[in-house]
Write a protein that binds this ligand. Structure first.
Ligand code: HSE
Length: 291
């Protein structure tokens, strides 16, 4: 059995902790055999545990505490600690692993609720599970945490990821955010997000892109982690792209553009210098898959 989970980009500017997109980079888990202890074989670096401490096993055990140990292989083309949902992909894979090995028949909603409770916010794990564009909200309702979510088709366009070689931990990047925002600032921030989402649903990427660049929730506070964002925005604006925004907690920046502008923008991003990879991606429309 193989489980494949897409990368994701959260926030899209003003959709902080709520909006996310699934992208064409993948984590793959292959189940080799049942074993006497857990082995997560991978070549993803020494900092990632190869035993039951691996997040994959931890997530699987959250779902099925008595799950029998297995030897699994993990491979991934999703950069770690870069703002493109690497941890979410592992959490979602762990939930699906437990689901399949224990024949739990979890529904999409159950998987989403488990993944969100592990991660704390739904904006990466919902598109990792559902694919495409997902708008989600996570709050307490009748004393229990509940996720409300809507999946929708994201209008076809080109996606360019500017992926710095440096890493930013989500915890560190959330640590610089304010504890409170004034009422009037929150109203503005939320109205911008509302228009962004409505424009996406209408297929109007010009307007959606304008709103994506008007975030008031998080990007300004995170500037020190993404000194490259301003320059990327200038390149995108000069060449008629739709938008550039911080992907998740950064440091990756995602650019959305029409097909005809994509190569020129990619070329100019490559000329920026700095230690980063520039990659053209596409949307993953399906979410987690089991083969
Ligand atoms: N919405 C989250 C954040 C995504 O921006 O902190 C983290 O992956």
């Amino acid at each position: 059995m193989k489980i494949r989970v897409p990368a994701t980009s959260a926030n899209l500017g003003p959709g902080f902790d709520s909006c996310g997109l699934a992208l064409s980079r993948y984590l793959t888990i292959e189940v080799i055999k049942e074993d006497t202890k857990w082995t997560v074989e991978h070549e993803l670096g020494k900092t990632i545990p190869q035993d039951e401490q691996n997040l994959l096993v931890q997530a699987a055990q959250t779902v099925a505490p008595a799950l029998k140990p297995h030897h699994v292989k993990m491979s991934s083309s999703i950069p770690i600690a870069s703002g493109v949902g690497s941890s979410s992909s592992v959490i979602v894979a762990g939930i699906e692993l437990a689901n399949r090995l224990e024949n739990l028949n979890l529904t999409e909603r159950q998987k989403i609720e488990i993944a969100t409770s592990i991660e704390g916010h739904p904006d990466n794990c919902t598109p990792a599970i559902c694919g495409d564009f997902v708008v989600a909200s996570y709050f307490f309702s009748e004393n229990k945490p509940t996720v409300h979510y809507v999946k929708h088709y994201f209008p076809e366009c080109r996606v360019i990821a500017y992926i710095p070689n440096s890493q930013v931990l989500t915890k560190e990047s959330r640590g610089v955010l304010p504890e409170t925002l004034s009422f009037s600032e929150a109203v503005k921030a939320s109205s911008i997000a509302n228009v962004m989402i409505a424009a996406v649903l209408n297929g109007d990427l010009l307007l959606a892109g304008q709103m994506m660049e008007q975030d008031r929730w998080h990007e300004a506070y995170r500037e020190k982690f993404v000194p490259h964002l301003g320059t990327i925005r200038q390149i995108v604006k000069r060449n008629g792209g739709y938008a550039a925004f911080l992907s998740g907690a950064g440091p990756t920046v995602l650019v959305l553009t029409s097909e005809e502008k994509a190569d020129l923008i990619t070329y100019e991003l490559e000329q920026m210098g700095g230690s980063a990879r520039i990659e053209q991606l596409s949307f993953d429309r399906e979410g987690v898959q089991v083969f």
